[in-house]
Every structure is written in structure tokens, then in C-alpha cells.
Design a protein around this ligand. Structure first.
Ligand code: IPE
Ligand code: IPE
Ligand code: MG
Length: 247
């Protein structure tokens, strides 16, 4: 029985989020420049998207570039942005063929103009697709996102369109970039690092976390299936006891 066949379709996470990490180390191990690793990482993106869509996952969020990544050497940042423009451009057709809708979260206005335009075009061209939503986190930082949400809410209170007493968890959720996306049930990080790195801090409150030693360019379909199977073997208690879940 293949790993894919072992997956229980009735216990599928509807949203998987991935911190795609380890491109630089992968390239270094091969005696290459870091950008070589980013280029190879695109293949893993393709595999993860295909694998998620094949098993019926509805949302896949990929952390592609963090706000903090702007502090990397300028040549790496430029190369990453070029790779992004090229990849979005080259993959839109495939997204449409597979009925995958593209969305993006983050401070998108801070992206170079060509990158921003390419992204908006791809989002527009894929907006009617219904099989799965692929969310790219770009120039994304969760603290930035939460701070922005708080500012918007404070403004509404100041304008008297909202009272402080009426603020609920749903109010905050509605002001996050992910307002129309369910929280991820499963978060995967590659490359053996065990941290969140400013990714979806609010949304990951009850996600199952899965860490693998594999570097992102080595991550393939089978690895995603393995992570889903691991998730399906866990007991999600949400603060309750095991006994309560059975009854
Ligand atoms: C992840 O790989 C990709 C991005 C952050 C853009 P890294 O570039 O962080 O690779 P390592 O962690 O240095 O190996
Ligand atoms: C997190 O990876 C961001 C992305 C994968 C885009 P980093 O490599 O930037 O994270 P740190 O610096 O190791 O925490
Ligand atoms: Mg890294």
C-alpha cells in the first residue's frame, strides 16, 4: 500500500502551512551558491502543490519570504525576487489546468513593482479556480499582520464604528490577512529547525506541528503524504481530556 493510499480522506487537514526552509544549506552541501538551492526549491513547491491537491487538501500556505528576509545580502534578495516573478509567470497555466487559485498574504506593497504586478495578475487569472487555494506568504511577518489588525480595529473604535466592548476573537480574525482562510490544522517545517520564525502566530494556536530534517529541495510528494499520515495519528484534544473525546 502506498503512503498516499494510507491517507484517510475523512481525516484530512483542510489547510496545511509549510515553512520551506533549508535551501541555502542544501546548495552549500553541494558546493553551490545559495540561489541554486532556491531554484531547486521551486521543484519542491510544485511537488507539494500537486500532492496536496491530489489528496484533496483545500488550502496550502507556503512561507516563501519573510519580512526579516529583506535583511539578507542584497544579491540574494534580488535573485529571490527574480525567481519569484519568473516562477509565478511560468506556473499560472499549470495552476489553471489544475484549478488552483492563487492568493498571497503579507506586506505585498513592499515587493518590487514587477513582482507585485505579476502576482496580482496571477491572482486575478486564477480567482475562479475551486479545487485548492495556494497561499504564498510574501514579505510576511505575523507580528506585522497582528499589529496592522490592531491598528485597523483601533481606528474603527476611534471613528465610533466599533465599541471596544464589542471586540471578539472574530473581530481580530477579520482584520488578519487570512480572514477568508481557515486556520491550518497542520504546520510543517523542513530543515530540522524547531521554530515558528514569525509565521502565522495567531492562526497556529491549535495546529499540529511537524518537523522534518529534510532540506526543502529534498522534500517531495511522499514527504507530504508522510506528514499527513503523522497528523492523522495524533489526538487533537483542544484542552479536553482523551476520555471526553471518545464519548
Ligand atoms: C528557505 O531557505 C528559503 C527562504 C527563506 C527564502 P533558506 O534560504 O532559509 O535556507 P537555509 O535555512 O539558509 O539553509
Ligand atoms: C523562515 O525561514 C522564512 C521562510 C521560510 C520564508 P528563515 O530561514 O528565514 O528563518 P530563520 O531565520 O532560520 O528563523
Ligand atoms: Mg533558513
Amino acid at each position: 500500500m502506498s503512503l498516499k493510499e494510507k491517507i484517510n480522506p475523512s481525516k484530512l487537514p483542510q489547510h496545511i502551512a509549510i515553512i520551506m526552509d533549508g535551501n541555502g544549506r542544501w546548495a552549500k552541501q553541494k558546493g553551490q551558491e545559495r540561489i541554486f538551492g532556491h531554484e531547486r526549491g521551486v521543484k519542491s513547491v510544485r511537488e507539494a502543490v500537486e500532492a496536496a491537491a491530489e489528496v484533496g487538501v483545500k488550502f496550502l500556505t507556503l512561507y516563501a519570504f519573510s519580512t526579516e528576509n529583506w535583511n539578507r545580502p542584497q544579491e540574494e534578495v534580488i535573485a529571490l525576487m527574480q525567481l519569484l516573478v519568473h516562477t509565478i509567470n511560468a506556473e499560472t497555466k499549470t495552476l489553471n489546468k489544475n484549478s488552483i487559485r492563487l492568493q498571497a498574504i503579507g506586506d505585498l506593497k513592499s515587493l518590487p513593482t514587477d513582482c507585485y504586478n505579476e502576482l496580482q495578475e496571477a491572482i486575478e487569472n486564477t480567482k475562479s479556480n475551486t479545487r485548492m487555494t495556494l497561499v504564498l506568504a510574501l514579505s510576511y511577518s505575523s507580528r506585522w499582520e497582528i499589529m496592522n489588525a490592531i491598528k485597523e480595529i483601533a481606528q474603527a473604535v476611534e471613528n465610533k464604528t466599533l465599541s471596544a466592548a464589542a471586540i471578539t476573537e472574530d473581530t481580530l480574525k477579520a482584520h488578519l490577512c487570512t480572514s477568508s482562510i481557515p486556520d491550518p490544522e497542520l504546520m510543517i517545517r523542513t530543515s530540522g529547525e524547531h521554530r515558528i520564525s514569525n509565521f502565522l502566530l495567531w492562526q497556529l494556536a491549535y495546529s499540529e506541528l511537524y518537523f522534518t530534517e529534510k532540506l526543502w529541495p529534498d522534500f517531495g510528494k511522499e514527504d507530504l503524504f508522510e506528514a499527513i499520515l503523522d497528523y492523522q495519528n495524533r489526538e487533537r484534544r483542544f484542552g479536553k481530556t482523551s476520555e471526553q473525546l471518545i464519548s
